[in-house]
Design a binder for this molecule. Structure first.
Ligand code: G3P
Length: 225
């Protein structure tokens, strides 16, 4: 499962990259709005930091297909080939997806709440489809189960599209999808950091260090004892 960062704050992205094995960054218009800066200025900063080899996902905001395609061309021209244009999975979006496939521009179908949205997007040639796990849960449905259903539909229909699950609020949601072997998940920095927040782990490591220093002296380690 690829793991991406769902944020546009460069300091947070740098912090996660320093400690964890991540494969890229996803953004959406709300995430970009939080920064209050020009979108391309922020996205180019992210691209420069993560490099051309990492995935960057950037959303189009036009309501009509022609506008989405126009945005997609600029997004890829400005941010490089390894940029996936996020297209909302509604009628004009599907129309845009078919046009993007013709243009050879890779895209991620976003705002996915149901398996059939994902199925249609996959048939339009989406590289990824992004079910919103927590937002689906908040509607009273089971977001993890929806993502699993989508994964199964792709495999059973021999569609190459991958699930890029989004909108996580906790480790358990991510764990279940990781176990299931979905293609990718995009996760906010605080949720990624929450994956390893565990007092038992810290306590175990503290005890090892205390015992070692009791044996060799304060501040000593295996390079200096
Ligand atoms: O970009 C869509 C998804 O990542 C939204 O997440 O946390 O706002 O529900 P969230």
């Amino acid at each position: 499962m690829k793991l991406l960062i769902d944020d546009a704050h460069i300091d947070l992205i740098k912090r996660i990259y320093e400690f964890y094995p991540v494969d890229g960054v996803t953004t959406n218009p709300t995430i970009l709005a939080k920064g209050g800066r020009n979108p391309y200025e922020v996205l180019k900063e992210i691209r420069t930091f993560i490099g051309e080899g990492a995935q960057l996902h950037v959303q189009a905001v036009s309501r009509e297909a022609a506008g989405m395609v126009k945005e997609a061309k600029r997004i890829v021209a400005e941010l490089g080939e390894n940029t996936f244009v996020k297209i909302p999975s509604l009628p004009e979006g599907f129309k845009a997806m078919k046009m993007l496939r013709e243009e050879g521009i890779r895209f991620t179908a976003t705002a996915v709440y149901t398996p059939m949205q994902a199925f249609l997007a996959a048939k339009c040639g989406a590289s990824y489809t992004a079910p919103y796990i927590n937002r689906i849960d908040n509607l009273g449905y089971n977001g993890v189960q929806v993502a699993k259903n989508i994964h199964d539909i792709f495999r059973n229909n021999r569609l190459e599209t991958q699930v890029l699950a989004a909108s996580f609020k906790n480790s358990q949601q991510l764990l279940e999808l990781c176990e299931y072997g979905i293609g990718a998940a995009t996760v906010a920095p605080e949720v990624i950091e929450g994956l390893v927040k565990n007092q038992a782990v810290t306590a175990a490591v503290d005890e090892f260090i205390k015992d070692f220093e009791g044996l060799t002296g304060t501040g000593k380690d295996m390079s200096s004892c």
